[in-house]
Design a protein around this ligand. Structure first.
Ligand code: BES
Ligand code: MN
Ligand code: ZN
Length: 496
């Protein structure tokens, strides 16, 4: 989907589909103009209850008299006093879906006319762009769309205005990062292996000037002492990779922001094998890796004026004659010993060494890890929020704020020392599970022992990285939150 701008009047725009929002206050702005041009058609439809009243409902009208557009798509915005960023985002996504269903090759978006509570005009335009591209997504890697399936919308124009083009350019960059993450998460685990993730990172580095890649293979990881990561990796014929994407947009020597992603390309649970039902969903256990790679794509497209590192620990967790087992004691890269109680707690094992490696080699200002780490996180927060865990209140504030602004929301769970004792064991410095209570937090406690001395936060995306229906798919979260955070750290949207 390409974005353009136009200053034609609403009635004269030559487009396949005009997209306008209708709040409870009634016909206003562009819709009032169209109503006038069509001799009160919209007023009559509104009075007979045929226009959308609820937020997210859509109505498609063809051949409206008095306008040049072929179709008019009206999306309900609900009560104006309830139209916050989240509600706006949902409404635009509903409109975007209907736009594609309408088979329009081109559209003109009037939704950014809308007043959104606590949001400025730049935000509204940018988010409209991101949401339209998001809604246009269809998985096609291993399934041909039917011949009669609606094609992608080729272009959407917005009304000309100050900095509109800039917002749309930023929207396209972020949306490309989100799409990258969804594409990767949706791919099946026989295609999306650790080697495949490394290849994609390599291709991105070729595509984007200023983006560099470094890939560590198993011999190197073993000689670095990454035994926790290798313990998981050794159960699979799909050999591991440590992937590093570097964006050098800042001054050389400036400490980078670092993301570290869990890239378990398939999680069977290993010897502590998972039940068969729904095991296929564990292809998205590389959601943290997908978000890291997707965020790096957006960073490169935005050409952020800071240094950013994206590190991905890519492995597959399989049961096998070489697989690690419950009872094993493993010495991690930082010298700490881990007693394995459950091989299904593999994410924290690989992140342990990835965090140590990042802290040692990349001199990060701040490190944020992203991981589909615990089922307990889905129990706690469902699918609406990613969980943030950190002992640094300021960093928690940054990530909560970024989640709020990008409508890619995060919620904090406490990482108090009180929880640490749950992962104590007589046989090693720690065990890799902490029992039933606060399962997400004890996973965070485990990771904290490998982020010593770093300004660090853990983000559990087990619930947010995947949507169960409509259709089942990766969500590309939390790329939006991460990019907003990094832009903020780079000085804000006006500075980039
Ligand atoms: N990848 C899973 C977590 C997960 C489960 C994500 C369901 C999304 C949906 C992780 O590797 C895992 O298996 N965690 C275990 C930890 C337990 C053994 C302490 C879990 O949550 O059951
Ligand atoms: Mn697991
Ligand atoms: Zn896992």
């Amino acid at each position: 989907m390409q974005f353009t701008t136009t200053d034609s009047s609403v009635t004269e725009i030559a487009t396949d589909c005009l997209i306008a929002g209708l709040a409870d206050a009634g016909l206003a702005g562009a819709l009032a103009d169209i109503d006038q041009a069509s001799d009160g058609l919209l007023t009559r439809l509104h009075e007979s209850g045929d226009l959308p009243r609820k937020a997210g409902q859509t109505v498609l009208l063809h051949s409206v008299p008095g306008i040049s557009a072929g179709r008019l798509l009206i999306v309900g915005l609900g009560k104006a006093e309830k139209l916050d960023g989240v509600a706006f985002d949902k409404a635009v996504k509903a409109a975007g879906k209907a736009l594609r269903q309408s088979r329009a090759a081109s559209g003109h978006c009037l939704l950014a006319e809308t007043e959104v509570i606590d949001r400025g005009r730049d935000w509204t335009i940018r988010q409209a762009g991101i949401a339209l591209i998001y809604a246009d997504y269809i998985y096609a890697a291993t399934k041909q769309p039917k011949d009669d399936a609606p094609p992608a919308t080729e272009s959407v124009s917005f009304p000309t205005g100050e900095s509109v083009e800039e917002q749309l350019r930023q929207a396209a960059a972020i949306a490309a990062g989100v799409k990258r993450a969804r594409d990767l998460a949706d791919l099946p685990p026989n295609i999306c292996t650790p080697a495949y993730l490394a290849d994609i990172a390599g291709k991105m580095a070729v595509e984007h000037d200023g983006l560099d890649v470094e890939i560590l293979e198993e011999d190197e990881m073993r000689s670095l002492g990454m035994n926790a990561l290798m313990a998981v990796a050794d159960g699979s014929a799909n050999r591991p990779r440590l992937i590093r994407l570097s964006w050098k947009g800042g001054r050389s020597g400036d400490a980078p922001l670092a993301m570290v992603g869990k890239g378990v390309t398939f999680d069977t649970g290993g010897i502590s094998i998972k039940p068969r039902d729904l095991m296929e969903q564990m292809k998205f256990d590389m959601g943290g890796a997908a978000a890291t790679i997707g965020a790096m794509e957006a960073v490169a497209r935005l050409r952020l004026p800071i240094n950013v590192e994206g590190v991905v620990a890519a492995v597959e967790n399989m049961p096998d004659g070489r697989a690690y087992r419950p009872g094993d004691v493993i010495t991690a890269m930082n010298g700490k010993t881990i007693e394995v109680h459950n091989t299904d707690a593999e994410g924290r094992m690989i992140l342990a060494d990835a965090l140590t490696w990042t802290g040692k080699n990349l001199n990060p200002d701040t490190t944020v890890d992203l991981a589909t780490l615990t089922g307990a996180c889905v129990v706690a927060l469902g699918h609406h929020a990613s969980a943030v865990m950190t002992q640094d209140d300021e960093l928690a504030g940054e990530l909560l704020g970024a989640g709020q602004r990008s409508v890619d929301r995060t919620w904090r769970l406490p990482l108090w020392d009180d929880y640490q004792e749950q992962i104590e064991t007589p046989f090693a410095d720690m065990k890799n599970v902490g029992g039933m209570p606060a399962g997400s937090i004890t996973a965070g406690c485990f990771l904290s022992r490998f982020a010593d001395g770093q300004r660090w936060a853990h983000v559990d995306i087990a619930g947010s990285a995947w949507q169960w229906g409509k259709p089942e798919s990766g969500t590309g979260r939390p790329v939006g939150m991460l990019v907003d955070w990094m832009v903020d750290r780079a000085g804000g949207w006006d500075k980039i």
